[in-house]
Design a protein around this ligand. Structure first.
Ligand code: GLN
Length: 490
């Protein structure tokens, strides 16, 4: 079995294929074996046959051409894991919910099929918080994911399986979804790179909807360079998603290959992101990272995002409202588990009750909150009000991006916490998303890149945000940071 941790980038893997150090089938088999042996709970489904078939096709192509044709197939033979709220034809999409325990997807999500068409091998489906609702991966109906290096800790959520699997070498890279931070938070807790695109860049077709105005799909990888590569492959207009934006082909990978012109880069440091609550280790790492940017010649600009304090409240009105509407389709008739005849539903209401009781407690809580926030007589006071404040938050960013090119701060106030530590207190858990949520509310691209470890060896993530469609600025600065600073080498 190959030493999987020796492959850091797609380029490393492709040169190992070309020098015949390892073949795509061997590599895929090694990842499959690691995934099957692992006890951290990252996988919900392993697609051994499909993956090996894709690997054999990659192998045959390399043999025929005598090299990796990486222009046409930039991900040839690269084994990836997919969050289990993205459809893959013929494979279960459970959303980590009893409600969809036996649901087999009849088509493949656009983002996944674009990866497959670029030669990627899809190893299987990764664990998450039920319907992507959560920040610790403890809300999965099929058991939590454990932190890859500290098994008594959470990996972050909701894409906990996606982050942990990359860190634990159970896949080379992966896909997650980010509604309020679900890519960046677990990336920061697990010490990998996670990126969320501008809203509309990556198709949501085939992503099970949680909160449609916030949801975006994005990649996890060990390096910024590979996250950029995955993003480039996935992004682009898709007529099957009505919120997909007509756009030029993205080439952020190219942005990682040239050094940033630091003297032209203004980095905004929002004062609201440094007000108490940060653990000393997080605070120190972020400050040290900012100094590194300054040393390169970037200008640090103190800024203010005055409506930050409302972001969590706005999010938990907007997200739950949209969720209550999106999840109405799971009624046991159109979607979701139908109660068995032996359950003897008395009438239609009883039938719905029997079916919808399959949702876990966090999903139920959000459906109830969302239904309330949208109900007649209350929707002006809650939902519409939240939408108004959301515009204010967007306005804060518009003002800030007149003065700066990037905004940099922490991803999370803390490092990975202990399993069970916050599960009895939903509000505490919700507050964890304070720094990631604003980018979703404003539709901004953002990423987390490792920037240090705390006294227990737990990774810390640096958060970079850019104006819409400025992904190349984001990855160029983050790539330089990851390669050039001491902190990026976690
Ligand atoms: N933790 C946030 C929530 O519970 C974000 C989830 C997400 O981004 N999918 O809603």
């Amino acid at each position: 079995m190959a030493n999987l941790s020796s492959f850091r980038t797609v380029r490393d893997v492709h040169s190992a294929f070309e020098s015949k150090k390892i073949s795509p089938v061997e590599l895929t088999q090694d990842y499959l074996n690691a995934a099957k042996k692992s006890e951290i709970g990252a996988y919900l489904t392993i697609c051994e046959d499909v993956a090996l078939q894709q690997a054999r096709a990659a192998e045959a192509l390399i043999q025929r051409q005598g090299r990796v044709p990486c222009l046409e197939y930039p991900l040839l033979g690269i084994p990836l894991g997919i969050k289990d709220n993205l459809n893959m034809d013929g494979v279960k999409t459970t959303c980590a919910s009893k409600m969809l325990e036996n649901y087999v997807a009849p088509y493949t999500a656009t983002c996944v099929s674009r990866l497959q068409k670029s030669g990627a091998v899809t190893l299987g489906k990764l664990n998450l918080d039920e319907f992507a609702m959560g920040g610790s991966n403890e809300n999965s109906a099929f058991g939590p994911v454990r932190h890859p290096t500290h098994p008594d800790r959470v990996p972050g959520g909701s894409s906990g399986g996606s982050a942990a699997a990359v860190r634990a070498n159970l896949c080379f890279g992966s896909l997650g979804s980010d509604t309020g931070g679900s890519i960046r938070l677990p990336a920061s807790y697990c010490g990998v790179v996670g990126m969320k695109p501008t809203y509309g860049r990556v198709s949501r077709f085939g992503l099970v909807a949680f909160a449609s105005s916030l949801d975006q799909v994005g990649p996890f990888a060990q390096t910024v360079e590979d996250a950029a590569l995955l993003m480039d492959v996935m992004s682009g207009y898709d007529p099957l998603d009505s919120t997909s934006i007509p756009q030029e082909k993205m080439n952020t990978y190219a942005a990682t290959q040239t050094a940033p012109e630091w003297s032209q880069i203004r980095i905004g440091v929002p004062k609201e992101y440094f007000v108490g609550g940060l653990t000393p280790a997080v605070e120190q790492s972020i400050q040290a990272s900012l100094k590194w940017f300054e040393k390169q010649g970037a200008q640090l600009v103190p800024i203010s995002l005055p409506h930050t304090e409302y972001a969590v409240s706005v999010y938990y009105v907007v997200a739950v409202s949209e969720a209550s509407s999106n999840l109405a389709r799971y009624d046991g008739i159109r979607f979701g588990m139908r109660p068995a005849a032996s359950d003897q539903a008395k009438d239609l209401n009883d039938f719905y009750m029997k079916s919808r009781s399959l949702f876990g407690p966090e999903v139920k809580r959000r459906i109830i909150l969302g239904t309330f926030a949208l109900s007649s007589g209350y929707s002006e006071a809650y939902f519409q009000r939240a939408c108004q404040v959301r515009r204010k938050i967007v306005g804060d960013f518009n003002d800030a991006f007149q003065k700066v090119d990037l905004i940099v701060g922490p991803v999370s106030p803390t490092t990975a916490f202990k399993l069970g530590e916050k599960s009895s207190d939903p509000l505490k858990m919700y507050l964890n998303d304070i720094f990631t949520i604003p980018a979703n509310l404003a539709g901004l691209p953002a990423l987390s890149v490792p920037c240090g470890i705390d006294e227990e060896g737990l990774p810390i993530g640096l958060h970079l945000m850019a104006a819409p469609f400025q992904e190349d600025r984001l990855v160029s600065a983050a790539h330089a940071f990851q390669n050039g600073s001491l902190f990026g080498k976690v």
